[in-house]
Every structure is written in C-alpha cells, then in structure tokens.
Design a protein around this ligand. Sequence first.
Ligand code: UD1
Length: 422
Amino acid sequence: MDSIIVTGGVELDGQIPIAGAKNACLALMPATLLSDEPLTLTNAPRLSDIKTMTVLLQSLGAEVTSMQGGRVLALSSHDLNNLTADYDIVRKMRASNLVLGPLLARAGRAVVSLPGGCAIGARPMDLHIDGLTALGAEIELRDGYLHAVAPKGLKGAVIEQRFASVGATENIVMAATLAKGTTVLRNAAREPEIVDLVKCLSAMGARIEGEGTGEIRIEGVDRLHGATHAVVADRIELGTYMIAPAIAGGSLELLGGRRDLLPAFCEKLEATGVTITETNSGLKVARANGRVHAVDVKTEVFPGFPTDLQAQMMALLCTADGVSVLEETIFENRFMHAPELMRMGAAIEVHGGHATVTGVDRLRGAPVMATDLRASVSLILAGLGAEGETVVNRVYHLDRGYERVEEKLSACGARIERVRGE
Ligand code: UD1
C-alpha cells in the first residue's frame, strides 16, 4: 500500500487549481439513471470514488465513458438491465446508496446493499427510507439489502426530515423529479452540492424550486432529458488547501475558490490570524510570521463549519497559541485522527463529541496511520508544519477524495512524495 512522506518546515508559495467536487459528482452521476438520454458531466474530479461509482452504474447497465483524462464523464442509461446495487461495490463507498432514489423513480424497483464507507459512525439510512416511503415506496431490509418497490409509481408528498441529511435530500429530490404531483421537502440539506445537483436536474427538465434553502419543492414531470453540466468546485479540497499555508507559512492562491462555498470556515480561519483575499481567479490565503490563535469550532450542517474540515482544522490548532475546543455534532466517531496527531506531539483530550487541543510550539514528524479520508489529509497537513519527516501510511483513503495531493503541494514548494507500496 502507498505511503506519503512529508518533510516539514518549508513555506508554501504558489497556486493550486481546485478540482470539481467529489461529493457533488457522486450525486450527479446517479442522476443519469433518471433518463434514457445522455448526461455529460464536465469538471469531474479524478478520484477512486468516482471510479467506484462508475463501476456501480455500469453494473446496472449504464454506459459511462471517461474522456479528457477523466475530466469529462459521458453517461447514458438507455438500457438498464440490473436493478441491484451489489454489496461488493456498495461496501467500498456509502454514496453508492444514491442509486436508490433514481432507480425506484425510473424502474419502480431497486435492491441496494446497505452501505460501507468511512468508519466515522453509524450512518444509518432511516431518513432515505422514510422519505422514499412517504413517496409511496415499500422498502424492506432483507439479507443486508434494502428491497424497494413502488407498485403504483411514486407520488408527491410533504416530507419533513428530522435531520437535514445530505444523502437523503439527494435521494428524495431525485426520486421526486419523476413522481406524480408535488413534493415538498422540509428541513432539506442546503449544501452547495445539493444546489449543484438541482441545477443539473433542472437542465434535464426537472421542475424544482428552493434549492439552497431549508424547503425544496419539486413538481414531478413525466420524463427527464439529456443535459451537460459542469461540476461545482470542491469546497472541502478548497478548505484543505487553505489550511496548508496556515500550517506551513507562506501563501497559496486557490484557483476556482469561492468564499460563499465555505462561509463559517473562512470566518474561523481568519479568527486564527490567517488572511484570506478574493482574487480574480479564486482565493489567496497567507499566514504572517508567528503562531496562529486558538479558536473554538463546532461542526454543523451548511452554512456552518463542515464536518469534513474538522480534522484538517484540528491539525492547524495543534500548534495554535492557546486552547481550542472542537465540537463534532454530525458524526459520533470522528476524532480518530487525534491519537495520530498526538504521536506527533499534539496535546489533545477527547471526551465524547468534544476535543480539547492545547497548542504546542511545534509538532515532530512520526510514522502515522490514515484512518479515514479527511483524517489522512489532516496528517499530511500536520506534517507540512512539523519538524522532520512524517510518514503517512495506508493512504488509499486519500486517493478516494484528493486528486494528486503530492503533486499539487510539491508544485508549491512542499517536500512531499509518494512511495509506492505492494
Ligand atoms: C455527506 C458527504 C460527507 C459529509 C456528510 C455531512 C457525500 C458523498 N458525503 O455524507 O462527506 O461528511 O454529508 O456533511 O456527499 N443520518 C441518519 N439517517 C440517515 C442518514 C444520515 O441518522 O438516513 C445521520 C448520519 O449518521 C450522520 C448525519 O446524519 O450522523 C449526517 O449524514 P448525511 O448528511 O446523510 O451524510 P452523507 O450524505 O452520508
């Protein structure tokens, strides 16, 4: 398995292009299942999670052609010949569950394995099931698979989510595009990836209003047609690379970055003493000399501080001047990076959903283990500011969500390399 070796202590300087959003693309790809006409996605990220979704869609009979080195995906679901999302594919990635809503809407039937994905909590599917059931589906769990049928077709309904789940919102919105009548989804997720999905569905002929707010209204239509859609910028990749100069010093310009994708995160980063400037091509982030300030962070649904940037922020706060408290409210088991950071000399205490980080002068390089996607990149970030060499092992999680991380950072001066494993 590959490892990444980072030698800390080098200031960063340069530009990093931000790729299309993994999480948006993973919801956009299954939208192909809603139509028998082609869907083209541009600005797709080149990631192993995208390959996993490709394999899943192909297993259902969809055609997925990767063009321009993976930047453009041409999808067509003219002939679907299988309505079962198999455990062997779904266990690799939780987002596989996003085929459930579209398959049900298009074919009236779907069998989807319960998902796997990062080990960051229970991550059940009750909100997906409740929402689709409200639209008229009958769903049963048998042998680890959800068996869903809509014998009379889907029918619009008023649905109130107990929590604004991103995935459940995506599944319900996609299913409702082909339901009979109007669906109103209350307490809908407001993440930019939802807005991007709705933009694409609207280009395919769906009638949707209210995306980006807590109430989305969908008027069902008889059929959706083909479209071409450009995937929105990856705000988590953006936030990750915004933290890099905050840890290593120097400055980086993140091409394609936008403040409105990360409002709460930008405020917190500025509170640590880092400067963020809007440029013609994106955002420029710089850290002056001296330590950053401690800040308290609470993860929340959009527009709050994203849980997917909590590990990276913790890496920064390890060397802040003072004590920071990070509160994780979205996932119950998402501090697995803390013990690894402590091996590098960080002072962190975890109590349930809270982590107290007492800033130290400097971290020291160490061999560390990547436990999940965002945790692995937080260890790389920590390594950029640490004394000596950090070896991040088990980086396969990293390749699920970050495109060529070592190339992007080394182009800006970082001493980072990938060592190929068996
Ligand atoms: C998506 C993102 C993930 C991000 C998360 C929260 C994708 C592919 N992944 O994941 O990177 O960390 O949003 O921003 O877009 N929950 C339930 N019942 C459900 C569904 C979810 O209780 O039916 C709970 C989960 O256990 C979790 C919380 O809701 O505690 C958030 O989950 P959700 O918003 O659904 O996240 P995902 O869509 O899985």
